[in-house]
Write a protein that binds this ligand. Structure first.
Ligand SMILES: [Fe+2]
Ligand SMILES: [Fe+2]
Length: 320
């Protein structure tokens, strides 16, 4: 008798079948950055407004490609950090009962998240290495943290240790929801290289599944949290959302790119000043949209049914 054929329908959960059928780690070929892509604009220009500044344009095609390649490295490194230092950690905590209450089926799904996210980090690093080899451009820096991880670290410092694991599940759920929307949006940009776009569209095809999984887990987990935990977490969530969505308005990394492009300190300041209004405009519209989406998620998952949490959001100026 062959044990791997003809399973009884009851033995299989929908989510398992979906993962086997759709997960990129099981179904997608390696993404190769073709030789012909060397010198192409890999990162969407609309996402890096420095590339549109006349002084940067004066550097010519290669100069603009340099700015965009550095931005692509940064984006890929940040994806790797989010996966390996945040989402995988949370999923392992679900599997190992550090975050309590998951069923075995839910743990099985958490294992698929670990595998998917490990693969996404792999794809991102593979892309960086291929780009480095092809372009000869070394990344200006390998970031050790990103805005999301730093906000979680600050939240952990504020929160008592006994709610850290509950908060981790909530912060990962918020991050997975945001990431899904961000990847959809960046994958739609028309002026990125084909390989960059493929990394984004492959990734998002897994993230929709993750976003629903974590939303389901957060809803169940919130419902079984002791009132004291809800009070503590709920009272800091509104400020956490703002902290998590805040960006570096000083634009340190943009300044680094400009210096490495050969601009003097005075020219760096001039280019940053010229583009600052547009930068802040883009940032504000991103934050407003993303925050509204996250508040809807908190509504859907029952978090805002908790009266004190709801009151904390209203007091923080969120219209509910
Ligand atoms: Fe991912
Ligand atoms: Fe994910």
């Amino acid at each position: 008798m062959n044990a791997i054929v003809e399973p009884n329908a009851k033995q299989f959960f929908d989510s398992v079948n979906k993962w086997y059928a759709g997960a990129t780690v099981r179904n997608s070929p390696r993404i190769i950055v073709p030789e012909a892509a060397n010198g192409e604009f890999t990162y969407p220009r609309s996402r890096q407004i420095l590339s549109e500044h006349p002084k940067v344009q004066e550097l010519g095609y290669k100069g603009v490609a340099y700015v965009l390649t550095q931005s692509a490295y940064q984006y890929m490194y940040e994806i790797g950090l989010l996966e390996t230092r945040f989402v995988i950690d949370c999923s392992l905590n679900i599997i190992n009962n550090v975050i309590t209450g998951a069923s075995e089926e839910e743990k099985l799904d958490a294992l698929t998240v670990v595998i998917d996210e490990g693969y996404h980090a792999h794809v991102a690093m593979d892309y960086i290495i291929q780009m480095k080899t092809l372009s000869g451009i070394e990344p200006l820096e390998v970031p050790q943290t990103n805005g999301n991880l730093s906000a979680v670290k600050r939240a952990f410092e504020l929160l008592p240790a006994h709610v850290h694991n509950d908060f981790q599940l909530i912060s990962v759920t918020l991050a997975e929801h945001t990431l899904t929307k961000d990847l959809i949006s960046i994958g739609r940009e028309k002026d990125a290289s084909a390989a960059f776009t493929k990394v984004m569209t492959d990734h998002v095809s897994d993230e929709g599944r993750h976003a629903s999984y974590f939303a389901k887990m957060m809803k169940a987990h919130w419902a079984r949290l002791p009132e004291e935990h809800k009070q503590i977490i709920g009272s800091m969530l509104p400020a956490y959302l703002d902290d998590y969505l805040a960006a570096d308005e000083e634009r340190d990394f943009d300044r680094k790119i400009l210096r490495a492009s050969g601009f003097s300190e005075a020219q760096v300041t001039e280019i940053i000043d010229d583009t600052q209004a547009q930068f802040l405009d883009n940032l504000t519209s991103y934050v407003v949209t993303t925050k509204a989406n996250l508040v809807k998620l908190l509504q859907r998952t029952g978090v805002l049914d908790h009266a004190p949490t709801r009151a904390a959001f209203i007091q923080h100026g969120v219209a509910l």
